[in-house]
Design a protein around this ligand. Structure first.
Ligand code: IPE
Ligand code: IPE
Ligand code: MG
Ligand code: MG
Ligand code: MG
Length: 306
């Protein structure tokens, strides 16, 4: 049977993300502190975080973006390093998102969340360490220029930071027990989730030497699909079951958080996700078949059940 563009993308991403633990904890430069025993526990906790597989959405976007720009000539080793980096930043964000001071969530990717399996201090430090390690992976990435690396680092730092994910997470926590309007909710979603999704696309584009026009189209696609992604996450929090989801259901309502579902209702949220999907696909019109992976991925992100 021939594989769909998304299946091919997934196969490629899986090859890049094999032994995620090695990306962080088997680095020869780190062995000294491991072997003297002082950070052995941290290594075990990092491995725990990196061994649970998620949907790999951000590496898929990164790869899909690079493939949309060009079918060849992008070093596989470079794509591997950069897609590990983006997934590692995402994993750090999940570890901190689950902390008692944040969402206080006991389950993540079908397993006890990190602070449950270990302790809070370890979870904070694993997150901090992983975030730093992601930037090191980009700096050390083979086969891409120093200029490409600086652009990637700048984009990822901005997306992960106060103007992106962290800022969105802050707004999310502040919004507990309050009524955000639709526009404010949209801004929050675009920061806490959309920013890293847009960064994934930008990194893939930069790795493939995309033109400014191509980067702009990818960014607009990411703006719509990033927002759609969090809208669907809000819907699944209400509709899915925990076994499929791999995380606690009903968390948003329990914490009295404003979401797309509280603002628009389930059906309203679903039709908003479909509208955003259609908008994202329009942005890919300037690409030919090379963007079929991203098209498939967008459809999957809106109809997913976990
Ligand atoms: C969950 O992200 C957190 C959000 C940003 C909504 P994912 O749904 O991509 O989680 P994994 O990577 O599959 O675990
Ligand atoms: C989290 O959003 C977004 C992040 C930056 C991690 P949620 O809090 O809705 O994510 P889940 O539902 O716990 O995965
Ligand atoms: Mg949260
Ligand atoms: Mg959460
Ligand atoms: Mg959620």
């Amino acid at each position: 049977m021939t594989k769909s563009p998304l299946q091919r993308l997934y196969q490629e991403v899986s090859a890049h993300l094999t032994s995620m633990q090695e990306a962080t904890t088997n680095d020869p430069g780190m062995l000294d502190s491991y072997t003297d025993g002082s950070t052995a526990g941290l290594r075990v906790a990092c491995n725990y975080a990196l061994s649970a597989e998620g949907k790999r959405v951000r590496p898929l976007l990164l790869l899909g973006s690079a493939r949309a720009v060009t079918s060849q000539g992008v070093s596989s080793a470079a794509l591997s390093a950069v897609s590990r980096a983006i997934e590692i930043v995402h994993i750090y964000s999940l570890i901190h998102d689950d902390l008692p001071a944040m969402d206080d969530d006991d389950m993540r990717r079908g397993k006890p969340s990190l602070h449950k399996a270990f302790d809070e201090a370890t979870a904070i430090l694993v997150g901090d360490g992983l975030q730093a390690r992601a930037f090191e992976l980009i700096a050390d990435a083979p086969d891409i220029s120093a200029e490409q690396k600086v652009r990637m680092v700048k984009i990822l730092a901005r997306a992960a930071g106060i103007r992106g994910m962290v800022g969105g997470q802050y707004t999310d926590i502040q919004a507990v027990d309050s009524d955000l309007g639709l526009e404010a909710l949209q801004r929050m979603h675009m920061m806490k989730t959309g920013a890293l999704i847009q960064a994934s696309l930008a990194l893939g584009g930069i790795a493939a030497n995309a033109s400014d026009e191509q980067l702009e189209a990818l960014d607009k696609y990411g703006q719509h699909i990033g927002l759609a992604f969090q809208v669907v996450d809000d819907i699944l929090d209400v509709e899915s079951d925990e076994a499929t989801l791999g995380k606690t259901k009903g968390k948003d309502a329990a914490a009295n958080k404003p979401t797309y579902v509280t603002l628009l209702g389930l059906n309203g949220a679903k039709s908003e996700a479909r509208r955003l999907l259609a908008m994202s696909l329009i942005e890919l019109d300037s690409f030919g078949e090379s963007a079929d992976g991203l098209r498939d991925l967008a459809r999957y992100l809106v109809k997913r059940d976990r």
